[in-house]
Design a binder for this molecule. Structure first.
Ligand code: TYD
Ligand code: MG
Length: 466
């Protein structure tokens, strides 16, 4: 007999507790437990697991050599950027979660991926649980995909969706979004942690037993997680995050987890009136508005997955006239900037305590690569000292608390990208240069300490001084 009980689920780690606590006993996060009414008993377990039980193949262990190699395991789309983020195409039979803010373009991306799939003979099923089929058709029309062979279904009951998918056996199934579908056997509301988790688990079973490549989209919560971090992450094969700034027209697709490719890989897209367009040379785009002569502006290189991207860092340092000095960052960790300010103060004697400091990664990219540290420090010094840095100089290096410049990963790729884009003088950590193969026609300058850079700064300033 099924009966209703109240339980508390941690939004952070998904653990279940019979009573409310301020702090989760499992992961130690505060204020993450939320109340949910759930149906316990045999019925629920059956509903979710019946597919698994009925289609269980006989269990047999095999040696690695016995398992045949599969060719053509990945599906390609006409979006090269998308293929790259997925690790070289979409792995067949995998379950992929695409998270992002509402309105960022998840449905648009899914529709274009479906329309741009290389094989046009196979069935594609697009399930919209948020919009009517007319709305989806309207979008497809704007994208020029109204003739694409895509089957549409507007449905929110997951059992119906699973039934349709079993009958149609599509090569690609898209469920948009996981927060709006529901399993009627569970009593909690669509979008609640237990619904989202059980629905994802049921979709996973479908993907694996029927070998159907499945995408699910999910809205992120206010703190940036999809129905609580880690709740869904371990259930799916790949987690992609679609992000962007509402004020900028470009979007970034980032892989946070990928069982079939490297993580932190990013793909850059431009959203215009006819949908998303891929941008294959993001550094050029991010530097397009960079102009010589502005103090506080410096070029740094960040590794995003396997690809180096050049970005412009902008700092503004001004006298603090009202009480407590401000520290504000856009696209860079504020605490890390505070640490770098302390290093500048302690190791170079630059008085930062009386200054407001603002740091901006131009173009809206968010970077967390420590190799940008040196660029950040130079941007701050440049604004403070009224230096304008020469157009052809790039700063690369992680900074330690002693002011030492530490080596960074993938130095050769970073240098190659700088050389490709016409930068001539590359300031890099000496320790990274030991075995690195250096690009030709550029001057690579190894430095050990922030003091070295400070002392030689004259060499790298623009002739034109404001
Ligand atoms: P959508 O894919 O519906 O977002 P999500 O599924 O993540 O909620 O995209 C919504 C936004 O994208 C909307 O503000 C309009 C814009 N958009 C364009 O700018 N161009 C287009 O061709 C399309 C289809 C959407
Ligand atoms: Mg949508």
């Amino acid at each position: 007999m099924a009966k209703l009980t109240t339980q508390f689920i941690c939004q952070s780690c998904g653990s279940v507790s019979p009573k409310w606590n301020g702090k989760c006993n499992d992961c130690g996060e505060w204020n993450t437990l939320i109340e949910e009414v759930v149906e316990t008993g045999k019925k629920k377990v059956d509903a979710v697991h019946q597919n698994r039980i009925s289609s269980n193949p006989p269990v047999k262990a095999t040696t690695l050599a016995e398992i045949p190699r599969k060719e053509g395991e990945r599906m390609q789309t006409a979006f090269g950027e998308f293929n790259r983020v997925m690790g070289g195409g979409i792995m067949k039979g995998s379950l992929i979660l695409i998270g992002g803010d509402p309105g960022i373009g998840k449905s648009t991306l899914m529709m274009q991926v479906a329309g741009y799939l290389d094989s046009n003979k196979e069935t594609i099923l697009y399930v919209s649980a948020e919009e009517s089929v007319h709305q989806v058709r309207g979008r497809a029309e704007r994208l020029g995909l109204e003739k694409a062979p895509i089957l549409l279904l507007a449905e929110t009951n997951l059992n119906e969706i699973l039934l349709q998918a079993r009958n149609l056996k599509p090569a690609l199934l898209i469920i948009d979004s996981i927060q709006t579908v529901y399993l009627p056997d569970l009593s909690s509301a669509p979008g609640s942690v237990s619904q989202v988790r059980e629905c994802t688990s049921a979709v996973m079973t479908l993907a694996k037993t029927e070998h159907i490549t499945t995408f699910i989209t999910g809205h992120v919560t206010k703190d940036g997680s999809i129905a609580g971090p880690r709740v869904l992450e371990h259930l799916v094969d790949t987690v992609l995050q679609f992000e962007g700034d509402r004020n900028h027209h470009f979007r970034i697709l980032r892989s946070l987890k990928n069982r079939f490719g490297s993580t932190n890989e990013i793909g850059v897209f431009d959203m215009n009136s006819r949908g998303l367009r891929e941008i294959t040379n993001p550094s050029e785009l991010f530097l397009s508005e960079f102009s010589q002569g502005i103090t506080g502006s410096v070029i740094a290189v960040t590794m995003e997955g396997t690809r180096p991207i050049l970005v412009e860092l902008q700092a503004l340092v001004s006298n603090c006239n009202y009480g407590f000095p401000q520290r504000n960052t856009n696209g860079f960790d504020q605490r890390r900037m505070t640490m770098l300010l302390a290093v500048l103060e302690k190791r170079l004697g630059t008085p930062m305590g009386t200054q407001d400091v603002f740091l901006n990664v131009a173009s809206g990219l968010k970077i967390d690569d420590p190799a940008a540290d040196l660029g950040v420090c130079i941007a701050i010094l440049s604004s403070f000292r009224e230096w304008s840095i020469a157009r052809d100089v790039v700063f690369i290096g992680e900074i330690g608390l002693g002011g030492e410049i530490r080596s960074v990963s993938s130095i050769e790729q970073r240098l190659m990208e700088c050389a490709k884009l016409g930068f001539k003088r590359l300031i890099v950590p000496k320790a990274s240069l030991k075995e690195a193969e250096l690009p030709k026609n550029v001057e690579v300058i190894g430095v050990n300490h922030i003091q070295d850079v400070y002392n030689r700064m004259d060499e790298w300033l623009a002739d034109l001084q404001l």
